[in-house]
Design a protein around this ligand. Structure first.
Ligand SMILES: Nc1ncnc2c1ncn2[C@@H]1O[C@H](COP(=O)(O)OP(=O)(O)OP(=O)(O)O)[C@@H](O)[C@H]1O
Length: 303
């Protein structure tokens, strides 16, 4: 080949290689990171059971935030509620509708207090690692998402590591964090949420009539560490996850039956909801103790 043809051939091959690489390799551009608001709404409506408050607020918060090209601060959501009520699940629905690779995206990061920050004596190390990690990831992709599970078991020092990133600021050491999303998950406040739901049902009020304002203030006060470390001030929404009733467990069972390749039968699901799940409080027996968690493994045992 003459030099001119060779140069063109090499150039074309390199460009093609780059295109193929970009096509398969996740990057921070809108092809990989973009909110599908209709998808999020549809998923929340069809897959998340019994959480009308969370569903509405999350859709509003995430859509408003992602549609704003110039947010003044990161989106900070604090999800509270009894075990198995959908806090992790909803985080997954959010990730699925922002990142093409969902929870497998390299821009979604999950921390679990007892797993990632187990030793109180190492808090200073965790704090500095966490800060480096967040800074590195946000530099890499502004729309990074950080999920902190078991927030109620988090050490104060680790919280101090994240706190500066969540406030209103133009830039911190040259990096802007205002497009990042922070989601905290915790069981704190669940006693209050349960009691409020119970009182309301006993008073003959429909569950769906419960509003965020019935619980928000109490939730903002439910994590003493948040108050002490000033985190409450940077949380945009405290979101209650209501305890699930047997009709929601029936819905979860139907989904799991389908996932297991079985024909979802409503009557059978109702029987199982009675048989495989315990309900509380002791007298009323209204709410599922495990929520919808462990339903799949219990079903496997019973079917
Ligand atoms: N409200 C719900 N609607 C539909 N499915 C649900 C709901 N809540 C829980 N599930 C199902 O149960 C599984 C476990 O729930 P999830 O992990 O979201 O609970 P959690 O609230 O995060 O609990 P924990 O506080 O113990 O971490 C989910 O993956 C989902 O399949």
């Amino acid at each position: 080949f003459e030099p001119f043809t060779t140069t063109i051939a090499v150039g074309v091959t390199a460009a093609l290689g780059r295109t193929i690489y970009n096509y398969f390799h996740e990057s921070c551009d809108p092809k990989w990171v973009q909110l599908n608001a209709t998808g999020l709404q549809a998923d929340l409506e069809s897959q998340l059971f019994g959480q009308h408050i969370a569903s509405r607020i999350i859709l509003k918060a995430v859509t408003g935030f992602m549609n704003n090209n110039n947010p003044k601060k990161p989106l900070v959501l604090s999800l509270h509620g009894w075990t198995g009520t959908g806090k992790n699940f909803v985080s997954q629905l959010i990730a699925d509708n922002i990142y093409k690779k969902g929870m497998d995206s390299s821009f979604v990061h999950i921390f679990t207090s007892e797993l990632h920050f187990p030793h109180a004596s190492q808090i200073e190390t965790y704090k500095s690692q966490l800060q480096h990690w967040i800074r590195g990831n946000v530099t890499n992709c502004a729309h990074s998402m950080f999920i902190f599970d078991e927030m109620d078991k988090m050490h104060a020092g680790a919280i101090d590591g994240i706190n500066p990133f969540m406030d209103y600021q133009y830039k911190l050491d040259g990096v802007s964090y205002s497009k990042a999303i922070f989601i905290f998950l915790s069981n704190s406040g669940s006693t209050f949420i349960t009691q409020t739901t119970l009182d309301s049902l006993k008073a003959g009020k429909e569950r769906e009539k419960l509003k965020l304002k019935d619980m928000e203030t109490a939730l903002s006060l439910s994590t003493p560490l948040f108050i002490y470390r000033g985190v409450s001030n940077v949380v945009d929404y405290f979101i209650p996850f209501l305890p699930l009733e047997s009709r929601h467990i029936v819905q979860c069972i139907m989904v799991k039956m389908k996932n297991m390749g079985l024909k979802p039968e409503h009557e059978k699901a109702c029987e199982l909801a009675d048989e495989i799940v315990n309900y509380f409080p002791k007298d009323e027996k209204l709410f599922s103790s495990p929520g919808c968690k462990t339903i799949a493994s219990r079903l496997r045992f019973y079917m």
